[in-house]
Ligand binder design. Structure first.
Ligand SMILES: Cc1ncc(COP(=O)(O)O)c(C=O)c1O
Length: 426
């Protein structure tokens, strides 16, 4: 069986599901993956930005084992202590005012919940999202998603009354501006939607990733998010931050919105919340959540006791081991080294990020996205034992998202391989 895992999987599972690395993993621990042939890899993807505490953190494994022995499932038929315990813990790390929860299983499900809550609460229909954003694969979430056309192709018609405005992606400004000349034309574009496409008093919510994930690991200018907050306040529009990828310590703070000092009305969290167990959350103010009546939303598996136990252990171990501080420290050092590498490597068009959410944009002359070059780099790195993942519409951006427990030595070993790969393949 072991020898045939990849072949048997490919025969059984639809090719629609992309498995990024052609390796079969037997065991994982911390930042390391061991495959069935005895090869070891450093996972600089955290299993798609999810195992923030490292793979199989012993405290998380123990919490899962203990909870599975007591109660695996509740299915919303009865109460169990883990749900209440987790909500209490999350409240302490949330931005002030975000104090009521709906737990589900995946990022896309949390987005669906946020959209339904926003429409229900405001009684309005319109939804605004940003070009380049990724919010998931279910129909509502996929309608908001524009990070690549392949997520939308042949799925139209999608959810009605969804409008898109350009994400403030300064390296590839839609309006050809540079930082010296920028007058936030992307924000003006958004405001123009109100004059030409949907009046602001018919907009339920504006949904944005406070750091763009799948679309390219882009950090927006603070002023853009501040203006967005102001606009939402002015028109009674709910501001939704999708922190599915940027949350749970990934950027060196519990949530990326903490870097900008802006609190959304609704937040979605998933991926890192339970170290790889399926769990997500829609979080909002009590005032808003209490207007959502019984039965307006629901779930069978959401808030599963085992996933909740894993999330409780995740938060407590992140605090105990200072993982946020480590993410900020290791990420800062990595960006410094990458920026130094960039000086005599024009192929590294842009290096950007917050904490351990770092993007390196690979380009040819004239900033043309270098998709092929990136493919070669990722393949070279995998051969040398470093697992990397790309992002961006043109798949020309390397995302560095290792577990938040990574040491300085491990980071440097990974970057040594990456440096060698760029040198050899470019
Ligand atoms: C920002 C963001 N939102 C939503 C999702 C969807 O999450 P899931 O794949 O768990 O449905 C993702 C997944 O990558 C994401 O990065």
């Amino acid at each position: 069986m072991d020898k045939n895992i990849i072949k048997l999987t490919k025969e059984a599972i639809t090719p629609a599901l992309v498995v990024h690395a052609n390796i079969a993993v037997k065991k994982a621990s911390g930042i390391y993956l061991d495959d069935i042939d005895g090869n070891r890899y450093m996972d600089f993807t955290s299993g798609l930005a999810t195992t923030n505490t490292g793979h199989n953190h012993p405290a998380v494994v123990e919490a899962i084992r203990d909870q599975a022995g007591d109660l695996i499932h509740s299915g919303c038929m009865f109460y169990h202590k883990r749900l209440a315990e987790l909500a209490q813990m999350l409240k302490k790390i949330m931005p002030p005012g975000l104090d009521m929860f709906f737990f589900s299983n995946s990022g896309a499900e949390a987005i669906e919940g946020a959209l339904k809550l926003a429409r229900f609460y405001t009684g309005r229909q319109g939804i605004i999202a940003f070009t380049g954003g990724f919010h998931g694969r279910t129909f509502g979430a996929a309608t908001l998603t524009t990070s690549s056309i392949r997520y939308r192709k042949r799925y139209h018609p999608m959810l009605p009354s969804v409008y898109h405005s350009p994400y403030p992606y300064c390296y590839r400004c839609w309006f050809g501006q540079k930082s010296e000349t920028c007058s936030l034309e992307c924000f003006e574009y958004l405001e123009r939607l109100f004059r030409h496409q949907i009046p602001p008093d018919e907009v339920a919510c504006i949904v944005i990733e406070p750091v763009l994930g799948e679309g390219g690991y882009v950090v927006p200018p603070r002023i853009f998010l501040e203006r967005l907050r102001g606009l939402c306040n002015k028109w009674g529009i709910l501001l939704v931050f999708d922190e599915v990828q940027s949350g749970m310590g990934r950027t060196g703070k519990w949530f990326a919105c903490g870097h900008f000092g802006i609190t959304p009305d609704i937040m979605t969290v998933a991926k890192g919340i339970a170290s790889g167990m399926p769990l997500s959350a829609v979080i909002s103010q009590k005032k808003i959540m209490l207007e959502w009546p019984p039965g307006a939303h629901g779930t069978t598996f959401g808030g599963n006791p085992v996933s909740c136990a894993a999330a409780i252990a995740t938060i407590s171990v992140m605090e105990k081991e200072g993982m946020l501080e480590n993410a900020a420290r290791a990420g800062g050092a990595a960006i410094k080294r990458l920026k130094a590498m960039q000086v005599d490597r024009p192929a590294m068009g842009d290096v950007r990020g917050l904490g351990l959410m770092i993007g390196i944009e690979l380009v040819k002359e004239g900033k043309e996205p270098d998709t092929e070059g990136l493919k070669n780099i990722i393949s070279y790195c995998l051969d040398k034992g470093l697992l990397l993942l790309e992002c961006g519409a043109d798949k020309n951006i390397i995302r560095l998202a290792p577990p938040l427990i990574i040491t300085g030595d491990e980071m440097n070993r990974g970057l040594d391989i990456l440096e060698e790969a760029i040198g050899k393949t470019r």
